[in-house]
Design a protein around this ligand. Structure first.
Ligand SMILES: *[C@@H]1O[C@H](CO)[C@@H](O)[C@H](O)[C@H]1NC(C)=O
Ligand SMILES: *[C@@H]1O[C@H](CO)[C@@H](O)[C@H](O)[C@H]1NC(C)=O
Ligand SMILES: *[C@@H]1O[C@H](CO)[C@@H](O)[C@H](O)[C@H]1NC(C)=O
Ligand SMILES: *[C@@H]1O[C@H](CO)[C@@H](O)[C@H](O)[C@H]1NC(C)=O
Ligand SMILES: *[C@@H]1O[C@H](CO)[C@@H](O)[C@H](O)[C@H]1NC(C)=O
Ligand SMILES: *[C@@H]1O[C@H](CO)[C@@H](O)[C@H](O)[C@H]1NC(C)=O
Ligand SMILES: *[C@@H]1O[C@H](CO)[C@@H](O)[C@H](O)[C@H]1NC(C)=O
Ligand SMILES: *[C@@H]1O[C@H](CO)[C@@H](O)[C@H](O)[C@H]1NC(C)=O
Ligand SMILES: *[C@@H]1O[C@H](CO)[C@@H](O)[C@H](O)[C@H]1NC(C)=O
Length: 335
């Protein structure tokens, strides 16, 4: 049984799609998934995933377009932006340029969108949120950090995390530093690429980490940066410790000399005979003279006679004794 013609008319009026041909050309191509923009230092990379609905047997290509705040969408080509992201098979578009003056200006408000294409078929567009590089970037740690230890100080030299247009934005540096097991201190903000940490203890180990904050001047927006890995340095000795060191060295030399002298004396005492043999008897005062010197009242001759009497020569000794007795008598007589 055929439906009534008025029923067909009603169907066409209320649901036009029901009577139209199936929209296979669009529904067959699914849009890319999870688009995201990666902004790290100078890196700007848009990436996405291919839809599993677009069968792997068919080579889908992608088209990326960009626009600024007010304006139309533009294809991403070598001519327009320096990179070809038109009908590419890769699932990313790398906008990173060597110079901050090429590619998207870092202060521009940029919107991006991407779609899949296959022949004359196209998917719907997918967009990422708008961004301004200076506003949305993730700032890495400063580069080329070099530290020269000074007297009671450390001098840091560093490069900015990436190149910026210095008429619009600046980097402010902060140094976190601490003595081993000490309290952390922060120096900053410093705008110079050379930073002095002073009032440090001499001959001490200090560890430090550095970070850069990107300050976008006109909207006054600050992007805090990531800290560098910590590294440690030893300050040099100052003058007073140098004096101490010199004193210590002198003391060391002196004690070494004392030890040497002691050793010499010990060896001398131990090998006295040997030493005497080598050097013969050292010159000494004859014992008689010595005696005289001890008691100068004693007549020199007597002293000589007394002491120089050899035991075996008895005759000499006897005559001398008698002589001396006589002399004593004479002395008594005179008194
Ligand atoms: C992908 O293609 C195969 C045949 O080539 C088909 O069997 C499958 O259903 C397709 N999958 C999707 C998600 O379209
Ligand atoms: C950037 O542009 C988008 C639209 O393209 C707008 O919604 C947004 O407010 C703009 N952001 C700024 C900071 O101007
Ligand atoms: C982008 O390129 C396609 C050809 O690849 C062209 O048909 C289209 O008009 C271009 N769009 C813009 C906004 O230039
Ligand atoms: C862009 O790259 C794709 C794939 O690499 C290539 O097919 C296409 O011709 C290129 N377009 C231009 C304008 O160079
Ligand atoms: C993008 O390009 C830059 C410079 O050419 C490169 O250093 C970076 O690794 C690239 N990033 C990706 C995700 O390919
Ligand atoms: C950039 O930052 C603004 C707010 O500061 C935010 O609305 C926007 O979604 C961010 N863009 C991206 C891509 O994260
Ligand atoms: C780091 O130093 C190297 C060589 O000293 C130099 O080539 C490079 O450009 C420096 N990096 C930055 C970001 O200035
Ligand atoms: C920028 O903002 C900070 C707070 O985020 C404020 O302390 C500073 O005074 C502002 N600078 C200018 C120039 O407005
Ligand atoms: C910092 O340390 C991590 C792990 O400790 C290492 O993977 C990374 O390469 C280091 N970065 C630098 C710049 O040395």
């Amino acid at each position: 049984m055929r439906p009534e013609p008025w029923l067909w008319l009603l169907l066409l009026l209320c649901c036009p799609g029901a009577a139209a041909p199936p929209p296979d050309s669009l529904s067959q191509l699914a849009p890319p998934q999870n688009p995201k923009i990666h902004l790290y230092n100078a890196e700007r990379v848009l990436s996405w995933e291919s839809s599993p609905l677009n069968n792997g047997t068919r080579p889908v290509v992608y088209r990326v377009q960009f626009k600024y705040t007010t304006g139309n969408w533009h294809n991403v080509t070598v001519k327009s932006i320096g990179v070809n992201c038109t009908q590419i098979t890769a699932t990313e578009c790398n906008f990173t340029t060597a110079s901050p003056l090429k590619g998207f200006p870092l202060h521009f408000n940029v919107s991006l969108r991407v779609r899949a294409e296959l022949g004359k078929f196209t998917s719907a567009w997918v967009t990422v949120p708008w961004f301004q590089h200076y506003r949305n970037v993730t700032v890495g740690p400063p580069k080329n950090i070099s530290v020269s230890p000074g007297k009671n100080s450390l001098i840091l030299r560093l490069s900015s995390p990436f190149d910026i247009d210095t008429t619009m934005a600046t980097f402010w540096y902060y140094v976190h530093y601490w003595e081993e097991k000490g309290i952390q201190q922060v120096k900053g903000p410093v705008r110079s690429n050379s930073i002095l940490l002073d009032d440090l203890k001499p001959s001490s180990v200090y560890c430090l980490q550095v970070k850069a904050h990107l300050v976008w001047t006109i909207p006054n927006i600050t992007r805090p940066g990531h800290l560098s890995n910590s590294s440690c340095y030893k300050t040099t000795a100052d003058d007073s410790t140098k004096v101490q060191q010199v004193a210590l060295i002198c003391l060391g030399v002196l004690s070494l000399l004392l030890v040497l002298a002691g050793a010499c004396r010990f060896l001398f005492l131990k090998y006295r005979g040997l030493v005497k043999y080598w050097f013969h008897t050292p010159p000494s005062i004859p014992p008689q003279i010595e005696e005289y010197l001890k008691d100068p009242d004693q007549p020199i001759l007597e002293a000589l006679d007394k002491d120089s009497s050899p035991k075996d020569d008895t005759w000499d000794s006897v005559s001398i004794v008698s002589f001396s007795e006589k002399e004593q008598e004479n002395v008594l007589q005179t008194l």
